[in-house]
Design a binder for this molecule. Structure first.
Ligand code: NAP
Length: 307
């Protein structure tokens, strides 16, 4: 069994920033990447609100730079997934991955969140055959096609704009008559000729023969149902924290987010958390980076106090 001072579970902006701070404190942190190195931003095409990049940056580019910077000071990134944690006996904590087993004096949990599902007929069945949760990953396959985007938040509008590079038309289906997305994105979407809006409407079912061909859409005000012919359905209706793994080990709030104190410490001393796994409010790359920095600093302080 390998013994580490600090293990960071998750490699998004929070995890990689925690790694940078822990590495600069000479703790040689080990980052266990999870199934997607970089987390959600690694599948984000363009990030326009990360300071220091006035022209914007691509998500994968930011991940690469953050990883390089942490590694420069001695952080190591292991491409593997955690399969089991045991925090029950306090520090040192036990962590298993597919390939290894570790003990760690302190742990930082930065496992982020995953896209919500609509839970309607056809959604699961057509994943990879027209249903997608990532325009950056799949947009290219919809060249000259017609697609629906579900949701009215920043993600839905940003991804709808990205899809216009490929498709002939994007219809954004939103359950209200007003977008939740920020002003800048809204303006760009309203000005884009390829984007149309279907207001006050929800998706009831996705249909097709082997691939997506149509969707039933219900107007929530009139209850009228229309069938829209389409080639793809991109769903961006928020996220759920990836915390099920920690149920029974760490305290969660009602929505499933890890509860942390002002030092980023969870209910178990020595286990810290940062980023979207413990933040239901801000959920920005910038705020995750700040929380990662705080968790890295507090981990160092906590380890020092234990000596
Ligand atoms: P979000 O802000 O929670 O928006 C989710 C959207 O989906 C809302 O419009 C919501 O409708 C709709 N929705 C939720 N459940 C639904 C359901 N069952 N059926 C139909 N529609 C449903 O999530 P997000 O857009 O993924 O953004 C998450 C966070 O990341 C936010 O804090 C956002 O600001 C941030 N973000 C920022 C940027 C950026 O700044 N460039 C880009 C992406 C994400 P209602 O509006 O009616 O609630």
């Amino acid at each position: 069994m390998q013994k580490e001072q600090v293990i960071i579970i998750g490699s998004g902006p929070a995890g990689l920033t925690a790694a940078l701070y822990a590495a600069r404190a000479n703790l040689k942190p080990l980052v266990i990447s999870g199934n997607q190195l970089g987390g959600q931003i690694s599948i984000t095409n363009e990030v326009e609100n990360y300071p220091g990049f006035p022209e914007g940056a691509s998500g994968p580019e930011l991940v690469e730079l953050m990883q390089k910077q942490a590694e420069r000071f001695g952080a190591r990134v292991l491409i593997d997934e955690v399969t089991e944690v045991d925090f029950s006996e306090g520090s040192p904590f036990h962590i298993k991955t597919h390939g290894d087993e570790f003990k760690a004096d302190a742990v930082i949990v930065a496992v982020g969140a995953s896209p919500n599902r609509l839970g309607i007929p056809g959604e699961e069945e057509f994943i990879g055959r027209g249903v997608s949760f990532c325009a950056t990953c799949d947009g290219f396959f919809f060249r000259d096609k017609d697609v629906l985007v579900i949701g009215g938040g920043d993600s839905a509008i940003e991804e709808a704009l990205f899809l216009t590079r490929f498709v002939t038309r994007v219809r954004v289906i939103h359950r209200r008559d007003e977008l939740r997305a920020g002003e800048a994105l809204k303006r760009r979407a309203f000005e884009n000729e390829k984007i149309e809006f279907v207001w006050d409407s929800v998706l009831e079912e996705i249909r097709g023969d082997g691939k997506v061909e149509s969707a039933f859409v219900r107007n929530v005000k009139t209850d009228d149902i229309v069938t829209l012919d389409t080639d793809g359905v991109f769903i961006f209706i928020g996220h759920l924290p990836n915390s099920s793994f920690f149920k029974g080990q760490l305290e969660l709030d009602k929505k499933g987010y890890l509860i942390t104190d002002e030092r980023m410490m969870t209910s178990v001393p020595g286990v810290f958390a940062a980023g979207e796994i413990q933040d239901s409010i801000f959920r920005q790359i910038t705020t995750s980076v700040g929380q990662g920095a705080a968790a890295g600093m507090m981990t160092e302080r906590w380890l020092e106090e234990q000596e």
